[in-house]
Design a protein. Sequence first.
Length: 275
Amino acid sequence: MLGRRSRLPWFAGLLIATHFAVTPAAAAEPYDPWPGLAQDIFNNRAMNDGAGLIAIEMPVRAEDAAIVPVTLRATLPPGDVRRVVAITLVIDQNPAPMAARFELGPDASVSEISTRVRVNNYTDVHAVAELSDGQLYVTKTYVKASGGCSAPAAKNAEEAKGRLGQMRFRQFAKAAEGPASGTREAQIMIGHPNNSGLQMDQVTQLYFPAFFVNELRVWQDDSLVLAMEGGISISEDPNIRFTYIPNGAKRFRVEAKDTEGHVFQNEWKVEGSGT
């Protein structure tokens, strides 16, 4: 036996040793922050599958990681008497994952919200809908983007300062295009740098401090349409577009606050209100 083993080709042992040396170890499972985020943000409440009830739309690969479009849609099945109370947007791999929480007015029937966000790494993005019975429903998508939270501001500091708090309001459906009770669409745009705290001043090599719109409320007269609690993931010059059901109000009112205590307010006549 020993003689036979000694007659093995001289390189056999080398091949075996090389095989074990170069075979990579099993890759470690990538870290998934979602379980921890669900516990921290939602107090570990039970999550139901949101398919057919809550949807999230984002590009698979973002053209610009600093302004990634996102649309949230909530649709209750026919006969479901509950309503959607709030929708929370979570960008799992961002430094501050909770991008925004939208509270929906009880009578506004908001079913779609669109905005623009920063995405810092390839990541899952979750949308969680809370219903009036306290149940949570979740869905997710995956986005390929990186560097959005540290990308330089599109506007210089002086230009951004001059636009601070300026608001624009748009309505997209004319009264003549359908019944006044039908779904309408509106958009609020706020001039604000929405600094993430991760952007560097290329001259001083210092980081701009975080400075962003953290509260937004929209009313039809005195009836709440939606409220937003925002974070650093909302892009520069926050832009919120939403659907709603008119209630006969004459005015749209908007109030926004930022992390330095500024309060911005404005109001606009509702198209077709007649006054």
